[in-house]
Design a protein around this ligand. Structure first.
Ligand SMILES: [Zn+2]
Length: 364
């Protein structure tokens, strides 16, 4: 992620902080400073840091569960809206996805339980008012934060963990894409409900002032944060669906299905000047140099041919200009290839006898 900086490395995972996270920290510091001076700013920023430590531990929960299934997590990034653990890939088996999804909130359940036990024990030992004064407020707020984190992730919508739990449970009885579609629709339904609660609340209040009094709707009514969450959830669900669709399309296809098979090639032994005249006639810009057995000896680019002719090497053979290229079998599944191919560098596609059958180029 852009504008993210590595601050630590824990158990082989880079911990990164996005610059906007520091802005949020400074913002909270300033607010607390206004309220309580230096002491207030220190307490406020300390609490904000502890809050994000809980978010970080939540992400480590996901990462360690994924590691148990052999999936690496290169980094975890802290953003103002929360943490993102970048897993190398998502687990394919629904049971594994379920465990990885639950492992995050499970960490917050543990922290909350620990705080609850600690607070209850110290309550028994000393006077209640004394704890209030001795910074007990921070621990109580931290307990509340962890409960909120668990509750928020229990919402059955992408990109919250609850959405993944729903998808994983559905995927146990139907195929992945169908499960994702249903989970995404549920998520978008939840988002619409949030938006209605936020926007519709004030309307309902003006129409029938007494109706909402005392109900939970009253506290959500006109809440801009809820509208923000609704938009966040709605787009997250859409992205998850798009990703699952792309994966299902790619998953069944091989290199042969998408390679460029109507390519032009240049036979070995062709003089560079002839090759250039031929190359200029078409729209292709890189040509395989192919021997009589249909085996590619390498690739030659249009600029290289032009340069050679301009330099007076028109009589030279293309064989000398051909550069080695990456080769791949036509039967290779596309899922293994995506991300492994450098953009704009053509790859020679071969059949099982080593003959060239196509070219594969990934645009940027
Ligand atoms: Zn999570």
């Amino acid at each position: 992620m852009r504008w993210s900086y590595k601050v630590a490395r824990v158990a082989g995972i880079d911990v990164k902080i996005h610059v906007t996270f520091l802005l949020i920290l400074a913002y909270f510091g300033a607010i607390y400073w206004q309220q309580g001076g230096l002491a207030g700013a220190v307490t406020g920023m300390g609490f904000t840091l502890l809050l994000f430590l809980c978010v970080l531990l939540h992400e480590f929960g996901h990462a360690f569960a994924a590691r148990a299934y052999g999936i690496r997590t290169p980094d975890i990034t802290l953003l103002p809206i929360g943490g993102v653990a970048r897993l190398e890939r998502m687990p394919d088996k629904p049971v594994q996805e379920l465990v990885v999804a639950i492992a995050g909130p499970a960490v917050n359940v543990l922290i909350a339980a620990g705080l609850l036990i600690f607070l209850a024990a110290s309550l028994r030992m000393s006077d209640f008012t004394e704890i209030e004064q001795a910074g007990g407020g921070i621990l109580e707020n931290l307990l509340a934060v962890n409960v909120i984190l668990v509750a928020f992730n229990a919402i059955p919508a992408f990109p919250m963990d609850g959405g993944r739990v729903v998808r994983a449970l559905l995927a146990m009885v139907m195929d992945h894409i169908k499960a994702t579609t249903i989970a995404a629709r549920i998520g978008q339904g939840v988002a619409v409900l949030f938006a209605l609660a936020s926007l519709g609340g004030p309307l309902l209040q003006s129409l029938a002032p007494g109706l909402m009094r005392g109900t939970f709707l009253e506290s959500f009514s006109g809440n801009p944060m809820l509208l923000f969450i609704a938009l966040f959830v709605f787009s997250g669900a859409g992205q998850e669906l798009a990703y699952a669709r792309a994966r299902s399309v790619v998953g069944r296809r091989t290199v042969s299905d998408v390679m460029h098979s109507g390519f032009a090639s240049i036979p070995t032994g062709t003089p560079v000047a002839h090759a250039l005249a031929f190359a200029k006639a078409g729209a292709q810009w890189a040509f395989p140099v192919v021997d009589p057995h249909l085996r590619a000896v390498g690739l030659v680019g249009l600029p290289a041919l032009e340069k050679a002719v301009a330099g007076g090497f028109g009589d030279q053979l293309v064989d000398d200009l051909a550069l080695p290229a990456a080769r791949i079998q036509g039967a290779t599944p596309l899922t293994e290839v995506l991300g492994a191919i450098a953009p704009r560098v053509p790859v020679i596609v071969e059949n099982s006898s080593g003959q060239i059958v196509g070219l594969l180029a990934v645009s940027e």
